[in-house]
Design a protein around this ligand. Structure first.
Ligand code: UGA
Length: 429
């Protein structure tokens, strides 16, 4: 099939590369020329594990193309995937600017398509329930002068990719959700995934949109739940990881997403839970649980600061090293990373801060640019040795083997043996 992917963030690029790997010809479209140039050279504009070799291979064999010209990309396309970002607005509501813009341009180009056989527009971006039916379809129809379900198909097909594991997740999905406006469009989209035996959920676009939000909200709830239990465990001198193992072996619960720590970050959970809660409020409902999930998560990283302050007596003019700035290992993404509120709170309490991250040091440096109390180190051992205490925020593999024998450590990830540290505090154990 000929496919076109609009937006080359980590969802769009991974979708494009993996579909090319599955023998489709895919054209990636982005408005940013530098990104398109990099893709054409086989270089991913983002860091994502295992993506680079697959990208290079498929660019070489001409199954993966890139352009800024949407009209050209759509000339012979069977399916157009919308993978643009949906950030949060100030009040937590979803910002649909990029989606609306992409849909408008796709609509205009649909108007020019004469001989293609029933192109299908697929929304992959995470959008609040109702968006495809109420905004995407009317906008496409308005700008194309054509009718959805008659001249072109529309589907909502959420992604469940984890950053850092996105290629693996795309190629081995647990389920494929096809929210179809029209059956013909749904059938065509289903054929794109013919290589996967994963169960199919065929439903309405609005149901598909809610499946995505409910999945992320439930995973985020599990994390806030175990963090709350973990905070109580800490007070009682219990290791919450022993508790989570005992709880997770119940097959109705599962052991996944029960790792207590500094709270969830990233570009998805915080944004999606906020957007879902906001929509509930707009509908006149009270999202009590979702609000609590967010509040537990807001407070959780600050526990690490309290622990380090207790260790050192006070923070004024003491130096605290932060190991790990990304929201999880194997990515360079610092969006909503728990490291950020931790650093801000340490500075607020008068501490000097040394930062280390294998991938994201420079990004975070920009955030605290000019602050004389913040330093970035390239060598993690030196960073640890020069701090009065260290907070391990991200479990990068290289941190597991450092020498902590002279270190006062707050471990937020349950990855360091307490016996190997001069002093040790776990965040929830
Ligand atoms: C998440 C979902 O896992 C994906 O299924 C979804 O497709 C994606 O959001 C999205 O909506 O695009 P991601 O944000 O990449 O993926 O990362 P996760 O591995 O889920 O981790 C999210 C956060 O939760 C991280 O800060 C992580 O440290 C934290 N976490 C995760 C915990 O604190 N404890 C856990 O047990 C698991």
């Amino acid at each position: 099939m000929n496919n076109c992917v609009v937006g080359t963030g980590y969802v769009g690029l991974v979708t494009g590369v993996c579909l090319a790997e599955k023998n489709n010809v895919v054209t990636c479209v982005d408005v940013i020329e530098e990104k398109v140039d990099m893709i054409k050279k086989g270089k991913p504009p983002i860091y994502e594990k295992n993506l680079q070799p697959l990208l290079e291979k498929n660019v070489k064999n001409k199954r993966l193309l890139a352009t800024t010209n949407l009209g050209k990309a759509m000339e012979k396309t069977d399916i157009i995937f919308i993978c643009v970002g949906t950030p949060s607005k100030e009040d937590g509501a979803i910002d649909l600017r990029h989606v609306e813009n992409a849909v408008k341009n796709i609509g205009k180009n649909l108007a020019n398509l004469e001989e293609t056989d029933y192109p299908v527009v697929v929304v992959k971006s995470t959008v609040v329930p109702g968006t495809t039916e109420k905004i995407v379809i009317p906008t496409l129809e308005k700008h194309s002068g054509k009718k959805a379900g008659k001249d072109f198909g529309v589907c909502m097909n959420p992604e469940f990719l984890r950053e850092g594991d996105a290629v693996k997740d795309f190629l081995n999905p647990d389920r494929i959700v096809i929210g179809e406006h029209d059956e013909k469009g749904g059938d065509k989209l289903d054929r794109v995934y013919s290589w996967s035996k994963a169960p199919r959920i065929r439903c309405t676009p609005t149901t598909a949109e809610m499946i995505k939000y409910a999945s992320n909200a439930l995973l985020a709830t599990k994390i806030s739940f175990i963090n709350e239990i973990g905070n109580q465990c800490k007070t009682l001198g219990i290791d919450v990881y022993d508790v989570a193992r005992g709880v997770g072996l119940d097959h109705r619960i599962s052991p996944h997403f029960l790792q207590a720590g500094p709270g969830f970050g990233g570009s998805c959970f915080p944004k999606d839970v906020k957007a879902l809660a906001k929509q509930a409020e707009e509908l006149g409902l009270q999202p009590l649980l979702l609000k609590a999930v967010l509040e537990v998560n807001r407070r959780q990283p600050l526990k690490a600061v309290d622990l380090v302050e207790k260790m050192l007596g006070q923070l004024e003019d003491r130096t605290v090293t932060i190991l790990g700035l990304t929201f999880k290992p194997d990515t360079d993404d610092t969006r909503e990373s728990p490291a950020i509120p931790i650093i801000k709170k340490l500075l607020e309490r008068g501490a000097n801060v040394i930062l280390h991250d294998p991938k994201a040091g420079e990004k975070v440096k920009k955030l605290f640019y000019g602050d004389k109390k913040v330093e970035i180190f390239e060598d993690p051992q030196k960073a640890v040795d020069l701090g009065d205490a260290t907070i391990l925020v991200t479990a990068w593999r290289e941190y597991l083997t450092l020498d902590y024998s002279k270190t006062r450590l707050v471990d937020t990830r349950h990855v360091i043996d307490r016996e190997k540290c001069l002093e040790y505090e776990g965040i929830c154990w």
